[in-house]
Structure formats: C-alpha cells, structure tokens
Ligand binder design. Structure first.
Ligand SMILES: Nc1ncnc2c1ncn2[C@@H]1O[C@H](COP(=O)(O)OP(=O)(O)OP(=O)(O)O)[C@@H](O)[C@H]1O
Ligand SMILES: [Mg+2]
Length: 227
C-alpha cells in the first residue's frame, strides 16, 4: 500500500532561552492509504504539535511533510488554505460545530469551503451523515445533539469532502467509553474505505482500533507495535 503521509525529521521548538522546549524532536512517520496510525502518548508528549504540522496548521522549524505529493510545510497563502479545505479532514477533541446550524448545515459549511455548492453539497452532506449513523438527526441543530452525536457530525464534516487524509486529535477524549468506541469504529471504517487516518490519543483502549501504534514521549517516537 502506498504512503499517503510522509513526515521526515520534524522538529518544533517553543519559547526561548532557558524556557525553550523541543515539543517535537526529530520525528519520522508515514501513514499508508487505508491505514489508521495511532500516536499514543501522555499529556505534553508533543502529539498535538506533531499532528498540527502534518495537517498544515503549524509549520516545523525543520523537516518535511508530504501529503499525497504536496509539500505541506512549504504551502503558502491560498495553496495552504486549499490544502486545509480540500485535502485534509480534521477532527478535534471538541466538535467545534456551529450551535444554531443544523447537523446537515454544519457539514455543508465545510463543503462550501471545499468548493462544493447547492444540491451537490447537500447530497454529499446527507450521505456523510448517513455514514455516521445520523440519518434521523440531520435537521437537529448542533445544540440539540448529545456530545457523542456532535462528535459524529464532526467526523461527517471531516469525511464529507472525501479528503486524502483524516487527522484526529484525541477525538474520543470527552466521550464515555461506549460512545468513544462508536467514534473509533467510524474512524476504522474511514480508513477501510481508503483514507489515511492519523490519530493521537492517550487512551490505551483506543489502540485496538489501530493498524499500527507509535508511542510518543518527550517529542520523540519510541517503540512501534503492530496490533
Ligand atoms: N504554542 C505553544 N507555545 C509554547 N509551548 C507549546 C505550544 N504548543 C505546545 N507547547 C508545548 O509543547 C509540548 C507538547 O505539547 P502538545 O500540546 O503537543 O502535547 P500533547 O501530547 O498534545 O498533550 P495533550 O495530551 O495534553 O494534548 C508541551 O510542553 C507544551 O507546553
Ligand atoms: Mg494534545
């Protein structure tokens, strides 16, 4: 299977002088098509910093990130916007939905940014909500949905544009274990459908859903285990 995400020599430092911390300290990683790679690590290990660079939200001080042939760290201006809007779907710890918009409108909003409009966007949004099991909830406003349902909408929003890669930063951290398992099953299906999925967590239970797990500690990737 070909690698969709390839990161090499990633380095990111914050602060200056004695306060200087190396949040990510020379990381190489790759995620293949249809693979779910999980980065497991304690709070402060550097997971968010790593994912942010891979997903184009932050730039490394050194190193390179390639997503489907695009050099992410070198993207500027509109090219970078386009990468974020079209190529990668993000899921965060909190869903970040617009509370007064309905589930389907929340998904459509991201599709509009990705360049889809009108009926095409509506159909794609409805289809994505069906995939996450929210057929019966699409006309509910985000504020009317449970936390778990909101997170499902966030997954629908990330996959509706059919991105090359989905990046999920602790997507289950605020959910009870049963609801979290549902989100993990969804992410598994997203990977099985061909998308590269990169996820960070400190929840060891989530590991069973991964194709591959890497441990992160003090900005470095440690031992690799295969499940
Ligand atoms: N914007 C920033 N400015 C300064 N320091 C930062 C910044 N972002 C992260 N750090 C530091 O980098 C280190 C790694 O943080 P990061 O958020 O990547 O960890 P994490 O593994 O995602 O932790 P958590 O599980 O709590 O989300 C921490 O020491 C943090 O304080
Ligand atoms: Mg984090």
């Amino acid at each position: 299977m070909s690698d969709v995400i390839v990161a090499a020599g990633l380095l990111r430092e914050f602060g200056s002088g004695a306060q200087r911390t190396r949040a990510v300290d020379g990381v190489d990683l790759s995620v293949a098509e249809a693979e779910l790679l999980m980065v497991l690590g304690r709070s402060g290990a550097g997971k968010t910093t790593l994912l942010s660079m891979v997903g184009g939200l932050d730039r490394p001080d050194a190193g390179t990130v390639t997503v489907a042939g695009q050099r992410v760290e070198a993207l500027q201006g509109r090219d970078r916007d386009r990468f974020l809007q079209v190529s990668v779907g993000w899921v965060f710890q909190t869903s970040g939905l617009v509370p007064l918009l309905t589930a389907v409108e929340n998904v459509e909003l991201s599709l509009h940014l990705a360049g889809l409009t009108g009926t095409a966007a509506r159909e794609r949004a409805v289809e994505a909500l069906a995939l996450v099991g929210l057929d019966g909830r699409r006309a509910h406003t985000a504020a009317e949905l449970s936390g778990g349902e909101q997170q499902r909408v966030a997954v629908a929003r990330a996959i509706a544009k059919r991105p090359i890669a989905v990046i999920a930063d602790e997507p289950t951290a605020q959910l009870d274990s049963e609801t979290a398992a549902g989100i993990m099953e969804l992410l598994r299906e997203v990977a099985a459908a061909g998308t590269a999925v990169l996820m960070a967590t400190h929840d060891r239970v989530a590991v069973e859903y991964a194709d591959r797990v890497v441990n992160m500690e003090d900005g470095r990737l440690a031992a690799t285990s295969t499940t």
